[in-house]
Design a protein around this ligand. Structure first.
Ligand SMILES: [Zn+2]
Length: 365
């Protein structure tokens, strides 16, 4: 198996175009044409993890955080980033980062956190705008089925948990084939009227080229008439944070006890108890202060995240509990998530979780 196959699979779950514009997810070192000898999953691809890969004779690290983030202007081994990159390149270790693109899909970092708390009715907290388009095409009625199949096969027509969604309306198309053409129906130089179906399908923006190519390949016409338009609808499966519900309401204290147990926490930093029950839980792994207002607007009883600054705790405004559980702690099960999805896809292949505790923060209790 080539490293490129692993990358393509991961990108089918969390497309690179879904990463934030400041991010640097993707293949950071190595070559997708290399034969993959084994995969290590980690939150951070630091030097010790590269050592671990070398020791196990593996050559692919799939990490959440991109070790090359702000760009490299010199590579002299003067800091941990340069040291890691030099060691990876010298030892032919590929490092692949799946970062905010994995944060921004429902079944990614935050969906995994929701599972660890047993939340139900989980949805995206802040849907990402501009991620949906609509495709219209016009096809002779008897050729509509293969065109629809091609569009669905390339990933079009998904609405939440429904697939193969389309709308089909009958109508008449006209065209006059010009010199040098080879029309599927009608004669050159004469206006032709054809009974056609107008097929409408919703699609994720990042699949536009793939779906258009598949649609054209299945379409009988020499020149395929189609329109793609941007939608302002929000995509229920793409965006930041998630929100869901506990099966049974808990007191604030019991909720924090559950949080400590399920995330193996030593400590939780939280806002003042409000004396209300916790049912609706908003979550965002890693630095999540940017979603406090969204959590409030969604009537969450608690917002679980990390990297909250002193003043940001005030933003709860006495209306919701904020629980800061630590950056590593909030995202730690992403390692399990990566291993589970890779192992399921490539069952005969060696996929391991790192044994290195990459959390740079320790607690002196
Ligand atoms: Zn993070």
């Amino acid at each position: 198996m080539k490293i490129g196959e692993v990358v393509s699979f991961l990108e089918s779950l969390a497309h690179p175009s879904l990463q934030e514009n400041y991010d640097n997810a993707g293949l950071l070192t190595g070559d997708s044409s290399w034969e993959c000898k084994g995969i290590i999953c980690s939150l951070d691809a630091i030097e010790e993890v590269v050592d671990e890969a070398i020791g196990k004779k593996f050559n692919l690290i799939v990490a959440h955080h991109p070790i090359i983030f702000g760009g490299l202007k010199k590579i002299n081994g003067k800091n941990y980033v340069e040291k890691t990159v030099i060691k990876a390149i010298k030892n032919d270790i590929a490092i692949y980062a799946i970062h905010t693109n994995l944060d921004n899909v429902l079944d990614g970092v935050n969906g995994k956190m929701a599972k660890m708390l047993g939340l139900k009715n989980v949805s995206i907290l802040s849907p990402k705008p501009g991620t949906l388009k609509k495709l219209f095409t016009f096809v002779p009625a008897d050729k509509a089925e293969p065109v629809r199949n091609a569009i669905f096969g390339a990933g079009g027509g998904h609405i939440a948990n429904y697939s193969e969604c389309s709308f089909n309306a009958e109508g008449e198309g006209t065209f006059k084939a010009g010199p040098g053409t080879n029309p599927y129906v009608g004669d050159i130089g004469k206006r032709h009227t054809e009974k056609e179906l107008k097929i409408e399908v919703i699609l994720p923006s990042y699949l536009e080229n793939k779906i258009a190519a598949a649609m054209k390949a299945a379409h009988p016409y020499e020149e395929v008439a189609y329109d793609v338009v941007d939608l302002s609808n929000s995509n229920s499966r793409v965006g930041s944070g998630v929100i869901g519900e506990l099966a049974e309401p808990l007191t604030e204290e019991d909720f924090l006890i559950l949080l400590k147990k399920n995330f193996q926490l030593k400590i939780v930093r939280h806002t003042v108890f409000l004396g209300k029950k916790i049912k609706k839980v908003a979550l965002c792994g890693g630095a999540g202060s940017f979603l406090v207002s969204k959590a409030l607007a969604s009537n969450a009883d608690v917002y679980v995240t990390a990297d909250m600054k002193y003043h940001e705790f005030f933003d709860a405004n006495g209306r919701m509990l904020i629980a800061d559980i630590g950056h590593y702690e909030s995202e730690q099960f992403t390692i399990n998530l990566l291993q589970e999805i890779l192992e399921q896809k490539f069952p005969t292949f060696a996929v391991l979780k790192t044994e290195v505790e990459t959390n740079p923060v320790r607690y002196f209790l």
